[in-house]
Write a protein of this length. Structure first.
Length: 281
């Protein structure tokens, strides 16, 4: 039996792109007689808002989506993130870093999937860990883990290449864990067997596969679906005026009909389904 999940962050309203992602994960689970879980990723400091989490639940119900079991919240799992970080530190794989984004931008000489690659400024240095972020020594971690593979249902077998990201942050200065660490641990804790998410996160799975190996976690299969995009090819974003589901719901639109239209490929004017699999970076 498969188990999928949808995991929104309550730092903004959901829009049609989120609706599409939730529908894909929900429908994959239902079509295969599996389970669909809902997780609220609410550890992003002051940006996470309880009222938005409740809005998200209302939006998903309005779309006619149901989930199995209780809603899981990352804020209840802080201890698991801390324990995993301590385990990686004990392996000699994490080091403190006090560089700002501006520091990284100024010193970087190459770009990775997340933007400018961190040049390793603090690696091997005597950095005060108080209030610092913690980065993984990627080269050392890759050597320790050895060759790794993972499989995407649409793109097929992949040779893990987490080194493309450089020394990514796993424990943020302003949050108990980065997306990479929290999502990997959460999917394992929830027994997720099919990680369903957008193509924009395809490259992140290379890092997540590495963390699974280092922490002895089960390895799921991935399903990176195409994104809903605007006329210029950019994915939908609330900051660029994409209508929120809450606004549509309050305006009296039929959420179930909207979900069925998306399933049928009948997208609103100016919105289409992006193309390409396995190539997102």
């Amino acid at each position: 039996m498969i188990r999928t999940r949808f995991a929104p962050s309550p730092n903004g309203s959901l829009h049609l792109g989120h609706a599409w992602a939730a529908i894909v994960a929900h429908d994959l689970a239902r079509a295969r007689g599996g389970e669909f879980l809902l997780r609220i990723e609410d550890i992003d400091g002051a940006r996470s808002r309880t009222e938005l989490a409740e809005e998200h639940l209302a939006d998903l119900s309005w779309l006619g989506l149901s989930w199995d079991g209780p809603v899981v919240r990352q804020s209840a799992r802080l201890e698991s993130y801390a324990l995993a970080a301590e385990r990686l530190k004990a392996l000699g794989l994490l080091y403190p870093c006090r560089c700002t984004r501006a520091d990284v931008l100024a010193a970087s000489r190459a770009d990775g999937p997340d933007g400018p690659l961190y040049p390793g400024t603090c690696r091997g240095q005597d950095v005060d860990p108080e209030g610092a972020a913690w980065r993984i020594d990627m080269a050392r971690a890759v050597r320790m883990a050895g060759p790794l593979e993972w499989t995407d249902e649409l793109a097929g077998p992949q040779q893990a290449a987490p080194e493309r990201f450089g020394d990514v942050v796993l424990v943020r200065k302003d949050a108990p864990a980065s997306y990479h660490l929290a999502a990997t641990l959460d999917d394992a804790a929830d027994g997720v067997t099919l990680v369903t998410r957008g193509l924009d996160l395809f490259a992140a799975s290379h890092v997540h596969r590495l963390l699974q190996a280092l922490l002895g976690l089960p390895v799921p299969v991935w399903h990176h679906h195409a994104l809903l995009v605007e006329a210029d090819g950019r994915k939908l974003a609330k900051r660029r005026g994409s209508p929120s589901l809450a606004d549509l719901r309050r305006a009296g639109e039929d959420g179930r009909a909207l979900a069925d239209s998306l399933r049928a490929g009948n997208f609103p004017a100016g919105i289409s389904l992006g193309t390409g699999v396995g190539c997102a970076a």
